[in-house]
Write a protein that binds this ligand. Sequence first.
Ligand code: GH3
Ligand code: MG
Ligand code: MG
Ligand code: MG
Ligand code: MG
Length: 312
Amino acid sequence: FTRPVEIPALAATLDTLTERIPPMPPRVLIIEDDENVSRFYAETLDASGVVPTCLTDPTRLAQALSESRPDLILMDLYLPGCDGIELASLIRQQDAYVSIPIVFLSSETAEEQQLLALKSGADDYLTKPVDPTRLVSVICSRARRAGVLREHIDHDSLTGLLNHGRLEERLELELLRSKRLGHPLAFAMIDLDHFKSVNDSHGHAAGDQVLRALARLLQSRLRRTDVAGRYGGEEFALILTDTDGASAQRILEPLRKEFAALSHLADGASFHVSFSCGIADFPTHPDAPSLATAADDALYDAKERGRNRIEL
Ligand code: GH3
Ligand code: MG
Ligand code: MG
Ligand code: MG
Ligand code: MG
């Protein structure tokens, strides 16, 4: 006998997650060697607000995936010089594409082939001719669900901030952008002060509330172009684009004060928590590892100099 799933709780989780999901339209990569067929599906999808990209030559798949960054792949079973089933399992073997929905669209009606296609890692199999309404509905619901799962994977469940891995990816991406544009970039590491004793005095749940409060504060005060992530336990990291170290320090100083002034409540008692912060910038530090090391060194200085302060 198992407990029934708590639907209201699940619905609430999904609601908060879907708020962060980028709004439709989904981007779809159509892999189909027949240009007329491909154009027909592209037009059908386009008319329903889906953004299609067509790929007729499967040897250019890697390039097409990285350029069009699709939310879903719609593909033919029989392609020139390559088997759609092999192609699907090849896509599935790439870490970056484990969660992308793959939908086959083929005139092949043999049950055996269809099952093989699904076994290769595809999510659905539609037979031609397909009803356009059904095609669009399958694509939209699959792409949206994959988006929700992606959000789950990319974000820390306690704070909703980007997790460590995704934050590092963003740092690499923003560094490339900064180099290209010749703009500075600031990287900040934040670590809560004496957090172990917060847990010890007020309980782990109260500690979690503090972590959430800091995440909320960071998200509400930073610009949309800035990125906040949970680096690890009680450590956070920030990427401030188009900002040098000194400016980042000026920007974060009021946040430090505001956070330290926040009253947290546990069992009727109120308490305060502060954070220390270390900042490093590009181009002073030219790559992600040296930025992280320099920010960590500055954070160490901030702790040494008494905590509840920001060092560059
Ligand atoms: P310092 O000022 O030097 O940073 O001291 P500190 O106590 O914050 O540092 P320390 O590294 O000794 O302790 C970190 C604490 O953070 C210990 C750990 O239990 C707590 N912590 C890490 N992750 C979480 C979490 O998700 N929830 C809660 N409540 N506590 C956490
Ligand atoms: Mg074909
Ligand atoms: Mg720490
Ligand atoms: Mg700490
Ligand atoms: Mg220094």
